[in-house]
Design a protein around this ligand. Structure first.
Ligand code: NAD
Ligand code: GDU
Length: 357
């Protein structure tokens, strides 16, 4: 199998090979680093629609689409992975409202294709990227996994459907799975090896950091009339390195024969949009120009996780739980992404090329 890799040589361990769909993306690439650190050998399968080649640093990159069952099967046959971590898919809740079919294709049909390929290869362990968006507008806070699933946008519905497919395949065929419901992934690799690379970027923290660094003129605050303490939406931001660690633990559980798991991944603490802006201003020492904008369709006012299941069942701890730590790592990531030198996290901005205003 010809592999489109620059650096498979960073496979240092001789632990189990695992297939990582979407491993060139934000959460997937950080998880590959954590997997390698735990002795696994990650093989990334990604079509690079929203990922970055340079983010694949801990094993081979196989460029391919999940829709291409033949190619996927060939990659599985070539590497004989022991498990799958499935990150690939469409992620923007707002875009799912205007183009739902694309989300059902990418998140439901493609997941079925992957599961068929896995079954044909006798591969029966999968860690799945689910989301807090499966809950919709919650009745209780913090949200436990037992909360009814009433997603308010097609994105959340695609993830709920995928979870249901996994549960049905467990019942019918003994598929081993973990569905990890992330709240808002934030931060960047604390060592500075990786950062957020969404194209286009839609997430609050990177956009706010970019505005502080002068890389965009302002950010829009989507709604200031929510029923929250300061009128802006509240979210539970969880560091991507902590998410990565949870995946390693979940994979270990499945490969060790553990029972299926559905678990929230969040810190249990919520922060408003205004708090995020204030934190970015404090960390960078720069003002963030904001513009008040209408509510964004499909945004629940408050989403905060009850993370007890992941703590009890996986022994997981979100160790970078402080918003300030997440923002600091995000600032460094955004500086790297923009080609700005970042000798330290909080120091004055210096540019290798042209400095932003
Ligand atoms: N970022 C968040 O805050 C967040 C929160 C909850 C859940 N999630 C879920 O976690 C997963 C990863 O999110 P992310 O932020 O890392 O997204 P991302 O867009 O950075 O990563 C997804 C990767 O999948 C690849 N991909 C997309 N469609 C593909 C296809 N058909 N075939 C092959 N590769 C394909 C993209 O190129 C990209 O590299 C997604 O499933 C997302 O729904 C993310
Ligand atoms: O320019 C912006 C961008 C966002 N927001 C607000 O900031 C909050 C966070 O928005 P993000 O776009 O950063 O994240 P979401 O909460 O929309 O969604 C993220 O978390 C969800 C689960 O909570 C889903 O899984 C989804 O994939 C993931 O992107 C929201 O209230 C949003 O309205 C703004 O005010 N201005």
């Amino acid at each position: 199998m010809p592999s489109d890799t620059r650096d498979g040589a960073r496979w240092t361990g001789n632990g189990p090979v695992v297939l990582v769909t979407g491993g060139a993306g934000f959460v997937g690439s950080h998880t590959c680093k954590a997997l390698a650190g735990a002795g696994f050998r990650p093989v990334v399968y990604d079509n690079l629609s929203n990922g970055a080649r340079q983010a694949v640093q801990w094993g081979p990159l196989e460029v391919g689409d999940l829709d291409d069952a033949e190619r996927l099967a060939a990659v599985v046959a070539a590497y004989a992975p022991k498990g799958v971590l499935h990150f690939a898919g469409r992620i923007e809740a707002g875009a799912s409202v205007t183009d739902p079919a694309a989300f059902y294709d990418a998140n439901v049909a493609a997941t079925l294709t992957l599961l068929r390929v896995m079954r044909a290869a006798g591969l029966d362990a999968i860690v799945f990227s689910s989301t807090a968006a499966v809950y919709g507008d919650p009745d209780v806070l913090p949200i436990p996994e037992t909360h009814p699933l009433h997603p308010v946008n097609p994105y959340g519905r695609t993830k709920r459907m995928a979870e249901e497919i996994l549960a049905d395949l467990h019942t019918a065929e003994g598929l081993r799975y973990a569905a990890l419901r992330y709240f808002n992934a934030a931060g960047a690799d604390p060592d500075g090896d990786l950062w957020e690379t969404h194209q286009p970027e839609t997430h609050l923290i990177p956009l706010t950091v970019q505005a502080a660094l002068g890389l965009r003129p302002e950010i829009a605050v989507f709604g200031t009339d929510y029923d929250t303490p300061d009128g802006t939406c509240v979210r539970d931001y969880v560091h991507v390195a902590d998410l990565a660690q949870a995946h390693v633990l979940a994979l270990g559980r499945l490969l060790g024969g553990g029972a299926p798991l559905v678990a929230n991944l969040g810190t249990g603490r919520g922060h408003s949009v205004r708090e995020v802006v204030a934190t970015v201003e404090r960390v960078t020492g720069r003002p963030v120009p904001t513009r008040i904008a209408p509510r964004r369709p499909g945004d629940p006012p408050t989403l905060v996780a009850a993370p007890d299941t992941a703590i009890a069942e996986l022994g997981w701890r979100p160790i970078h739980a402080a918003l300030e730590a997440q923002v600091r790592d995000s600032v460094r990531g955004e500086r790297r992404r923009a080609g700005l030198q970042a000798p330290d996290d909080g120091g004055p901005l210096s540019a290798s090329g042209s400095a932003p205003p």
